[in-house]
Ligand binder design. Structure first.
Ligand SMILES: CC(C)(COP(=O)(O)OP(=O)(O)OC[C@H]1O[C@@H](n2cnc3c(N)ncnc32)[C@H](O)[C@@H]1OP(=O)(O)O)[C@@H](O)C(=O)NCCC(=O)NCCS
Length: 165
């Protein structure tokens, strides 16, 4: 089962963080430790109004998450900011379910939100992640997209949403 994460307790400077938010930050910090310190990065993303998260609970416990940001302006895109599964639960299909859910959420809001694409960045040495995205319908964009604090180059991949202007 995949459900929307409750992040509202974290909004506002004096509100306490929610259990969902704390769990996502804790797993994310572990899952992305090679890339840098994701504790602060995830915490900052998850308190933005344009960022939403979903949690996979195949056995009733939190086992994986996906985080999506929706960015407007001239360049309307959804950004798959992070996706991670507890190590003990990996390679059982949860990452694929979370990715398919992310694509479905972005596709459902594409027309109303005029979203051009769902995009993401993945480390150049993360072959499992790149393979999951490629077989999930994303294609790699040629170009320079910077580097993570850990030194890995960022690979940009996109899933086209709106093809008509
Ligand atoms: C990437 C990640 C989310 C995949 O989650 P998962 O639950 O293990 O993945 P699934 O079992 O659903 O498999 C999805 C796809 O990932 C790839 N994959 C998963 N495990 C793999 C392995 N051991 N070897 C190679 N590819 C693998 C495959 O492409 C697989 O699809 P396929 O079986 O149809 O070929 C998980 O490994 C993870 O949390 N990694 C750390 C964080 C991370 O790298 N996130 C992605 C970048 S933001």
């Amino acid at each position: 089962m995949i459900r929307r994460a409750s992040l509202h307790g974290a909004r506002g400077s004096e509100a306490p963080g929610s259990a969902d938010l704390a769990w996502i930050v804790e797993l994310g910090a572990r899952a992305f430790a090679d890339l840098g310190d994701y504790r602060d990065i995830l915490g900052a993303w998850l308190t933005q109004d344009n960022v939403s998260a979903w949690i996979a609970e195949p056995d009733g416990e939190r086992r994986g998450f996906t985080v999506i940001g929706f960015f407007g302006g001239d360049d309307n895109v959804a950004d798959l900011l992070a996706i991670a599964v507890e190590p003990a639960w990996q390679s059982r299909g949860l990452g694929r379910q979370l990715l398919d859910h992310s694509v479905a959420v972005a596709a459902a809001t594409a027309r109303a939100g005029r979203l051009r694409e769902l995009r993401l960045c993945v480390a150049d040495d993360n072959f499992i992640g790149q393979r999951m995205y490629r077989t999930g319908g994303f294609h790699r964009v040629v170009g320079e997209f910077g580097a993570y604090p850990g030194g890995q180059r960022a690979v940009r991949m996109v899933y086209p949403l709106l093809t008509q202007p």
